[in-house]
Design a protein around this ligand. Structure first.
Ligand code: ATP
Ligand code: MG
Length: 426
């Protein structure tokens, strides 16, 4: 019988890969906690209408990429393609937004039916961050300062660059939209098919087009920047001043519009030049209209999502995964001979009780001294504890430093935890 395989574009994350995932997740968690962000967990499935009403009917995600199905009751459900809509839905539903500010984050799988390729999958993982109830550019700046700190913590400083833009209020975009339509209509037949259709339904989306002929026409199109309202311009100027003061470098990209309908004013992307076409590792912006659009009270909001696969690919491509991530043992306990098995297990348990922050790996499966020491070395441990039948009889162990050119010493079993605690701390 043919073997059943995983669904195309949906990846298993194997034991060899989980350490780097855990490293990235733990680092993000720590940085977000430093800024006072709280975690929220939402379901993976939502009503299809939630995404249609928030992301927008005429977007790539809703038109082409959603995993939508009827459940057994006949309701239309969708595997979430992103987290913002569900986060707003949950926060509204549980009264988290009324008369208060919130700094939230979440992580988990997202689903989009795209063409799988490097850095683009059908199930992928995001960490999303959303701030509610704060109108000023200071919180926009906080999100960017926070991400800059995160790149540093991951060792990625200097490997990502920040692009920002302001896409104004919906009023200023409306005026700009008609100028854009007037201009593009002259070249309608030279636009790609998607863009021709969007000329009527969602012309701003044409700015996102990757089609070469459309891109050429766009070169002389009116610029959103010239249509920006006073309030958005001031917000953007203040944001730039805050970033300058914080020492976060950026470039203004007037063509940056983002592919979702709910954004207004600030939009941004962190981009790497080391991953080819799939170079955006983090993207977001302000979406002050969304909460109201989904039936809540008008609520200021800004957020971003980063793609974990792309961040991990970047760390691996640049060979920046720290060594300890993959070989994280501190102590490796060997057992030479049948009579040492039970005592070695007891000794390892004693060490785990006395040194709860240390990773103690027991050798299982026997083998020669040489092969056990080889495994000890590969585990990344700083010390091998060597227990043979002689040591069992004497109440001692051999303690061998694996990362320093120092001789093996003999230690009383009762003193082992203290000795190791001191040695590992130094
Ligand atoms: P792209 O332009 O690359 O399609 P997007 O604008 O659709 O990205 P967002 O919806 O803003 O992306 O999602 C935020 C981040 O999530 C992206 O910057 C990227 O890192 C990641 N991401 C989006 N789609 C995928 C995917 N199919 N596979 C892996 N990561 C993804
Ligand atoms: Mg996309």
């Amino acid at each position: 019988m043919a073997k059943i395989q995983a669904i195309r574009g949906m990846n298993d994350i194997l034991p060899e890969q989980t350490p780097v995932w855990q490293f990235v997740e733990a680092t993000v968690r720590r940085v977000l906690a430093q800024y006072g962000y709280q975690e929220i967990r939402m379901p993976i499935v939502e009503q299809t209408d939630l995404f249609k009403r928030s992301i927008g009917e005429v977007t790539d995600i809703v038109e082409k990429e959603m995993y939508t199905f009827e459940d057994r009751n006949g309701d239309s459900l969708t595997l979430r393609p992103e987290g913002t809509a569900g986060c707003v839905r949950a926060a509204e539903e549980h009264g988290l937004l009324f008369n208060q500010t919130r700094r939230l984050w979440y992580t988990g799988p997202m689903f989009r039916h795209e063409r799988p390729q490097k850095g683009r999958y059908r199930q992928f993982h995001q960490i999303g961050v959303e701030c509610f109830g704060m109108s000023g550019p200071d919180v926009d700046a906080e999100l960017l300062v926070l991400t800059a700190r995160l790149w540093k913590a991951l060792g990625l400083e200097g490997h990502t660059r920040l692009e920002i833009n302001s896409i104004g209020t919906s009023e200023s975009r409306r005026v700009y939209r008609s100028a854009l339509v007037d201009y593009l209509s002259q070249f309608k037949s030279d636009l790609d098919a998607d863009s021709q259709r969007r000329l009527e339904s969602n012309p701003l989306r044409i700015l996102d087009s990757k089609d070469a002929s459309t891109r050429r026409i766009l070169e002389n199109a009116p610029c959103l920047d010239d249509y920006l309202d006073e309030e958005s311009r001031e917000h953007f100027d203040r944001l730039k001043a805050l970033l300058d003061a914080a020492g976060v470098s950026y470039s203004v990209n007037p063509a940056l519009v983002r592919g979702l309908d709910y954004y207004g004013k600030t939009v941004f992307e962190w981009i790497t030049d080391s991953l080819g076409a799939q170079g955006t590792v983090c993207a977001g912006g302000r979406y002050d209209g969304l909460v109201e659009q989904l039936g809540g009270k008008p609520t200021f909001a800004v957020g971003f999502a980063m793609g974990l696969e792309r961040l991990i690919l970047l760390l691996e491509t640049l060979e920046l995964v720290p060594d300890y991530v993959n070989n994280n043992a501190d102590i490796y306990v060997t057992a030479m001979g049948e009579g040492a098995l039970a005592p070695a297990m007891q000794l390892a348990e004693k060490l785990r009780a006395a040194l709860p922050d240390r990773v103690v790996v027991s050798h299982c499966g026997g083998g020669s001294f040489k092969s056990q020491m080889k495994k000890a070395d590969r585990s990344g441990a700083s010390y091998a504890v060597i227990l043979g039948e002689n040591e069992v009889a004497n109440g001692t162990v051999g303690l061998k430093p694996l990362r320093a050119d120092e001789p093996q010493i003999e230690v009383a079993q009762d003193e082992l935890a203290d000795t190791l605690s001191a040695a590992l701390a130094s």
